[in-house]
Design a protein around this ligand. Sequence first.
Ligand SMILES: NC(=O)c1ccc[n+]([C@@H]2O[C@H](COP(=O)([O-])OP(=O)(O)OC[C@H]3O[C@@H](n4cnc5c(N)ncnc54)[C@H](OP(=O)(O)O)[C@@H]3O)[C@@H](O)[C@H]2O)c1
Length: 266
Amino acid sequence: MSAPRRVALVTGASGGIGADLARVFARHGYDIALVARSKERLEALADEIAATGRPRPLVLAYDLTAPDAVEAIAAELLSANASVGILVNNAGYGLLGDAADLDPAAQMGIVDLNVRALAALCLRFLPELRAGRGKILNVASIVGFFPGPGMAMYYASKAFVLSFGEALWHELRPYGCTVTTLCPGVTVTGFQERAGFTSDVGIMRFGGASAASVAESGYAGLMAGRRVVIPGFTNKLLCFLAPRLPKSALLPAVASMQKTKGARHT
Ligand SMILES: NC(=O)c1ccc[n+]([C@@H]2O[C@H](COP(=O)([O-])OP(=O)(O)OC[C@H]3O[C@@H](n4cnc5c(N)ncnc54)[C@H](OP(=O)(O)O)[C@@H]3O)[C@@H](O)[C@H]2O)c1
C-alpha cells in the first residue's frame, strides 16, 4: 500500500470561517478533508478546490454531535488511506438568549459540538499528531475570555476551548506538535443567523471581520506555532482587559451588549 495521504481535516467546512480555512490550506498546498453536515455544500467546495488544480478534498458529511461520528470519520480516513497531519476544529454554534428561556436540548447541543466533539477529535488524533509532529487549530472566540450572560452556554463552551487548547499547547510543544487556539471577534458568517440574532447593530458597532481575513490570521498563527491568535487590535484589547475588570462591571456590560444583537434577548 502507498504512503497515506496526509490531510488537513477541517470541521465546519461547509461555510463561514471553516470554508475559508479550507481554501487557505488548499492554496498553501495542503490536501484537505472537509467535515460538516451539508454534503452538497462540501461537494461544491471540493469541486471549487479541485478546479484550482489541487487534489480534490475528501468529503466527510457527518453530524459531529452524533456519538459515533468521530470513530466513523477515523474509519473513513483509514479506508481512504489518509492520515491527519493537521486537525482544524472549527465547527461550532451559539444561541442568543437567557439560559432559562432557551430550549435545553439546543443548549446541550452547544456542549456536544463546541466541547465534546472538539475534545473527542483532539483525543482521537493526538497520538498520530504527536508522533508525526502535526498541528491542531482549535477555533474558540474572544468570548472565551468573558462570562456571557445572554449567551451563557456559548461563552462557557469557548472558555473550555481556550483552556483546553492552551494546556495541550504546553503538553505537546516538546514533541514538535503545536496547538493553536484562534479567538476571532465578530465575523460575518452564518453564525449570527443560527444564533438567532435579529439585528446587525452589534456587528456594525464592533466592525465584523470577513471570514477570509480570520482564516488567514488563523493559518499564519498556526504555521508560526502560536499558542493563541486574536485577530484585530480591538479584539486583543478586549481579551487583555476582560480578566482584569471586576465581574460586577463586566457582567452587566456583556448582558447589555447582547441586546444589540436583536430582540430575542429581552
Ligand atoms: N462568526 C463569528 O462572529 C464568530 C466569532 C468567534 C468565533 N466563531 C467560531 O467560529 C467557528 C465557525 O463559525 P462560523 O462563524 O463560520 O459559523 P457558520 O458559518 O455558522 O459555520 C459553522 C460551521 O459548522 C458546521 N456545523 C454546525 N453544526 C454542525 C454539526 N452538528 N456537525 C458538523 N458540523 C456542524 C456548519 O456546517 P453544517 O451546517 O453544514 O453542518 C458550518 O460549516 C465556530 O466555532 C464559531 O463559534 C465565530
